[in-house]
Design a protein around this ligand. Structure first.
Ligand SMILES: Cc1cc2nc3c(=O)[nH]c(=O)nc-3n(C[C@H](O)[C@H](O)[C@H](O)COP(=O)(O)OP(=O)(O)OC[C@H]3O[C@@H](n4cnc5c(N)ncnc54)[C@H](O)[C@@H]3O)c2cc1C
Length: 476
């Protein structure tokens, strides 16, 4: 697919140090560390240093009809940066400059390959009174990548998904043209997407299949002096979830609420699979945990928030987790979470996750739990409440041994079965969905909606070279 002539052209664009088609390098770009889906092949990897270089690469790929895959660390957990149709992986990590921090309107303009470590490091050094919303993902993962795929941040109760943190974008379209969307298209101010036609949606939720974002403005938030993390436990989700839903809708200024079942809590604590019962309810262990984080500007304001949180949880008969220090747990999260997949032999794990209505979390969990237990697996369940409790994400993880093809196949089937079961709940929509789930959505929606999405894709990416095999539109 990529001959010497093309490699020479790519070398001309970025310099020979920043392009490779050597298998010992390209391997890193198609190896997916956990996924149950089959991996593709990276034919070449390139690291551009400017939007102009990205444009040249995309134009060249159009000329030769070569797939292009935007990539930052490739561990987004849905394998959506895996080059399933081969082609050129565009490693964006040289595009990691923090261009501006505007403390008046509280946003940062960053390049498309900026990692959480780049952004948080910069803010801690230069703007200690501001912070970004962050994920539990490792520090080397991408900020813009996460915003574009509706990431869930630790300020999600205040600001919604990562997509809602985006103020504006600069993008190289699949055609090679450069566009700007948001207030930045008319000025140097990147304060928002209002009141213009909101074109950011042409790139959000598309998994890099319409263009490569070269710059983005992301919202920042004040870093407040008073903060507390709680973990409350309950016997079952049926008992715990109504209490936490009530809490989420009281407008208390809570930054983050994460609900976990026993299996997920144990694995994030670095538990040993062999010592954890598959069904905790049989052993009368708590199958509900809520991690609640709150912050405030004054001590009195904080005391009042904490009092309200404790009152609602205790009225609902939830107890604070004995012997677990939530701050220690959260402080180690990005590293500790790797333990989740060492939980099972072979270190493999994959999940099925959906956005859904908050009224369906309990039923979602009970359906997923039943399927997992029927197959002899510990369900690992996690739900994050977002935007003041307006909606939520719910997901179930199944571990498998990555060295055992039968175990992988079995995990894949369990996840599909869970998805089929939870699809019976109205409004459950999978995120970072694989091709088979996109097919279900293409079949389910109005044909005119599907046609509109296809028209947009054709307009932005006329030769269908952008991350084919991922996103709503079927790759060839
Ligand atoms: C241990 C662990 C914990 C995690 N916890 C969380 C969590 O709490 N919340 C959460 O939301 N996520 C979480 N994640 C998922 C993930 O890390 C985030 O989605 C992440 O920030 C994406 O970064 P990445 O470098 O993995 O992206 P990649 O895998 O490189 O890219 C993700 C997608 O975006 C596309 N893309 C990347 N950059 C661009 C660009 N500039 N323009 C256009 N398209 C682009 C890619 O093609 C791909 O489709 C976790 C992951 C791990 C491994």
């Amino acid at each position: 697919m990529i001959n010497n002539e093309i490699i020479t052209e790519l070398e001309r664009i970025v310099g020979e140090d920043y392009i490779s088609n050597e298998p010992e390098i390209t391997f890193l770009y198609h190896y997916d560390f956990i996924t149950a889906e089959p991996e593709g092949i990276c034919d070449a990897v390139i690291m551009p240093n400017s939007a102009e270089e990205v444009q040249e690469i995309v134009k060249l790929a159009n000329k030769f009809r070569i797939p292009i895959v935007p990539w930052v660390s490739g561990i987004n957990f849905g394998a959506t940066a895996n080059p399933v149709k081969g082609g050129i992986v565009v490693d964006l990590r040289r595009l990691n400059r923090i261009i501006e921090v505007n403390s008046d309107d509280m946003y940062a303009v960053i390049e498309g390959g900026t990692t959480w470590a780049d952004l948080q490091g910069y803010l801690q050094k230069n703007h200690p009174d501001l912070r970004a919303g962050i994920t539990w993902s490792p520090p080397g993962t991408g900020v813009v990548a996460s915003c574009l795929c509706y990431g869930m941040f630790d300020l999600g109760m205040l600001g919604g998904t990562g997509a809602e943190f985006i103020n504006g974008l600069e993008v190289v379209l699949g055609s090679g043209e450069l566009v700007k969307v948001g207030s930045c298209c008319l000025s140097d101010c990147w304060y928002g997407r209002q009141p213009l036609p909101d074109l950011a949606g042409l790139f959000i939720g598309w998994e890099g299949s319409t263009g490569i974002v070269t710059k983005a403005a992301v919202k920042l938030w004040p870093k407040l002096p008073f903060r507390k993390d709680y973990i409350f436990l309950g016997p079952t989700m049926d008992v715990g979830i109504p209490v936490i839903l009530k809490l989420s809708k009281l407008g208390l200024g809570i930054c983050d609420i994460v609900i976990q079942n026993y299996g997920w809590l144990q694995s994030s604590l670095g538990g040993n699979e062999k010592k954890v019962p598959i069904d905790p309810r049989e052993k009368k262990l708590p199958d509900f945990a809520a991690i609640i984080t709150t912050q405030a500007y004054t001590e009195k304001q904080h005391e009042a928030q904490c009092e309200a949180i404790e009152m609602v949880c205790k009225e609902g008969k939830l107890v604070e987790a004995p012997g677990v220090n939530p701050e220690e747990l959260l402080g180690t999260m990005p590293i500790q979470l790797w333990g989740c997949w060492n939980f099972s032999r072979g270190g493999g794990g994959e999940w099925i996750g959906s956005y859904c209505s908050t009224r369906d979390i309990t039923t979602y969990y009970n359906l997923a739990r039943k399927v997992a237990l029927n197959h002899g697996h510990t369900p690992q369940f996690y739900s994050r409440l977002l935007f003041g409790g307006h909606y939520c994400v719910a997901r179930t993880n199944i571990n498998f041994n990555k060295n055992d093809p039968k175990d992988i196949e079995s995990a894949r089937n369990i996840l599909k079965e869970i998805h089929e079961q939870v699809q019976s709940l109205d409004g459950v929509v999978m995120y970072k969905a694989p091709e088979w789930a996109h097919q279900v959505y293409r079949d389910k929606t109005l044909p005119s909606t599907s046609e509109l999405i296809l028209k947009i894709k054709r307009m932005l990416d006329p030769n269908n070279i952008m991350n084919p095999g991922h996103g709503w539109v079927k790759g060839d």
